[in-house]
Design a protein around this ligand. Sequence first.
Ligand SMILES: O=C(O)CCC(=O)C(=O)O
Ligand SMILES: [Fe+2]
Length: 338
Amino acid sequence: MKYTTNHQSTPTQNTLSQSTLTQSPVTQGTVAQSTTAQTPLLMAQNLVLPSREEMLQRAPSVQHFWDSNRNLLADAWQEWEAIPSNQLNIESDLLLDEKLRAAVTQAWREPAIESEVENLWQEVSTDVYQSQFFDPEQIVELRNYLDKVAASEIPMRPPYGIVLNRYGAMLDPRSEGYLAAPSFQKLYRKIVDEYMRPIARLLFPEIVGYDTQSFGFSIQYQAGKDTSLRLHTDASSVTLNININLPDEEFAGSEVDFYDPSTGKVNRLSFKPGTAMIHRGNVAHAAQPITSGTRSNLVLWLYGDRMQIPNGRNQNTSIDAAQRWTTPTSKQDTFAPF
Ligand SMILES: O=C(O)CCC(=O)C(=O)O
Ligand SMILES: [Fe+2]
């Protein structure tokens, strides 16, 4: 029985509700009673999430909740996605900006022309690059999908690296309570492996070898709710931050400040729908308070096995193009910064 660890939880918040434990045994020659058999989706929907306070305190019971329900949640997402209206109804090829897609596709075929990809990225602050990444007109499909995910009633763990972002979700399989729906995972892997890693290697050559592992989360800022993020660095080799606002979804404030150590100056940058910024994890940055509207982003990280990051800029700068346009074969480990 796959979910046995559930029954070891303390009889407080973390247990399955009583009704989920009434599964009737199926004996040979009989048909299971569909009215009493609890499917993974129903069981997951009946779980009682740890409180926000417990999450913020990183209480052991919170870890236990996610650990003991990991298989159940994965099965629940699988079942949820089998409902046709819950399919991620988007050709990933259409979601990605057409110019970027064309250049990336060509570079995979012929790495020697990778500069076509590099040319699409503008340096908007020292060592911070920006490009159109998603087609703004296609983002609506992704956002509709994420709304359905939020309404699924399957417990999800919000990101709490610096502050808890209550509308965000963890995206990588290494994270507890992540968005395990297979069709979303396919898109996530494609973005990381086909786009992010080679682009990051082009712009920041020293990350090669420190880019085998992925990590990701979504965030949403809204006035009066989660509004800003104080100055920090990321525990990544490189961070790709993609805006997923709709074309008509305006917001004020919520700029991201990047600190330039060489000049001591701050560059205040704004996201437009579908644009992305990519930077080394060690570039200090902060999100200014949002004063109206909503800003939603996908934040993706790469780092090495066991969370290793490069300790200088001058390694691996001589690798050739063909090496950049490859996917590492090392297994995904389970190290996560939060
Ligand atoms: O506000 C943003 O887009 C930046 C988010 C960020 O830096 C982070 O979550 O680490
Ligand atoms: Fe950050």
